[in-house]
Design a protein around this ligand. Sequence first.
Ligand SMILES: Cc1cc2nc3c(=O)[nH]c(=O)nc-3n(C[C@H](O)[C@H](O)[C@H](O)COP(=O)(O)OP(=O)(O)OC[C@H]3O[C@@H](n4cnc5c(N)ncnc54)[C@H](O)[C@@H]3O)c2cc1C
Length: 454
Amino acid sequence: MNDYITVIGAGLAGSEAAYQIAKAGIKVKLYEMKPKKFSPAHSNENCAEIVCSNSFKSNLHTNACGLLKEELRMLGSLLIDIADKTSVPAGQALAVDRELFAEKVTSILKNEPNIEIMNEEIGDKIHLKDIADKGIVIIATGPLTSEKLSDEIKSITGDEDLHFYDAAAPIVTRDSVDMNIAFWGDRYDQERSKDEDIEEWKNKIKSIKKSDYLNLPMNKEEYEIFCNELVNAEVVELHQFEKREIFEGCMPIEVMAKRGIDTLRYGPLKPVGFTDPRTGYRPYAVVQLRQDNSEGNIYNMVGFQTNLKFGEQKRVFGLIPGLENADFQKYGVMHRNTYINSTKLLDNTYNFKNNTNIYFAGQITGVEGYVESISSGFVSAKNAINKIKGLGNINYGELTMIGALSKYISTENKNFQPMNANFGILPPLESNVRDKKIRYQMLADRAIEELNKK
Ligand SMILES: Cc1cc2nc3c(=O)[nH]c(=O)nc-3n(C[C@H](O)[C@H](O)[C@H](O)COP(=O)(O)OP(=O)(O)OC[C@H]3O[C@@H](n4cnc5c(N)ncnc54)[C@H](O)[C@@H]3O)c2cc1C
């Protein structure tokens, strides 16, 4: 067994991981394919390159990503510290001077005596299997992992558990859905047969308290207004390298809607098998929400993978009766994204169950976003350090955002989609606090208190 740890990929997760390991007194071999080879989104030779927006999102604790950053500050994250030191004015958000940020991270990693940086593409001359046979490795090659390494990862995960694009539907909190309109039930479960008395049927369905699905019925007018706004809404421009792959793989709901006014009613909004409890009759269309976590406090919008701008998703999907005040924990996205089915393959320390020498970190694990990628680099590194030292696992607990995120990606979920930090993945408070801001502040206080105990 090697006395060093290998980290593949010097992006956000890999840079954080390499630093934490080196700081713990353990040698690191850090492989980065740049500048020999660049992904379609990378162009700078430095480590920790920020490929798109320069914002690390809000610093407020009432924002889930703000809480995650605060936790990472408390735990001693290098990248969040450098982000703070290279920040540029952006109101309540933490935005960075991206050049300075990457330069500073690179300089610290290069001057760290325990880190050896090697500019090689793993999967070309050096192979994952050979590294993992000899010691501990953290794979942090990101959403644009090179093709050769993707093939090697596929050989250990299996074809069906490595994905190449992310076509995710929005996720909303259950509390924010109007239950005067929404009703529970799987298709055909609560349907009234033609000759069944309405009052008798209403009594019967009272017993359907909860199923995996919440349904939002629409009448003709509501449906037509929604479709009209949907087809005219503003969409995000895809990068050139993303266009072909995404459209072959999955159809955004707004593209489907453009095929004709009835397309959605015969597709994801099909009303067959449902009766609207308010009328006793089949609705004109039905939007289904499916439970998304084991606690049942977040629900995803079935079939609503979309490329609409986030503000447009809030506006247009807010026209669906029952979602007027929906609290979106995650907006739908469609972009190129290499990620594994962590819910099956990883434990909550980002350790690969089939070969415990291997950890994954960053966006490839199904966490989504800069700060989330840093957080998984941090957790995987702490656990890899303990493994090489023969110590037990480190887990920050589900009450913290960093712990809840690792729990989410490693908990069985047939409909797994990449996930950013959000308050819906934390266990609810014991009391029901209706005011969202106060509730989030209380969840953040609880998380920080929990982390202080560790
Ligand atoms: C186009 C695009 C835009 C995005 N925009 C945002 C945004 O605005 N905000 C946000 O929060 N998130 C965004 N993300 C998502 C995500 O947060 C970032 O991709 C983030 O950089 C992921 O961190 P990471 O460490 O997992 O991967 P990366 O930061 O991409 O790091 C991976 C590193 O591994 C290297 N590598 C790849 N293959 C190999 C190999 N075989 N051998 C050696 N090295 C290899 C790469 O060169 C790279 O340096 C975006 C993603 C993409 C693809």
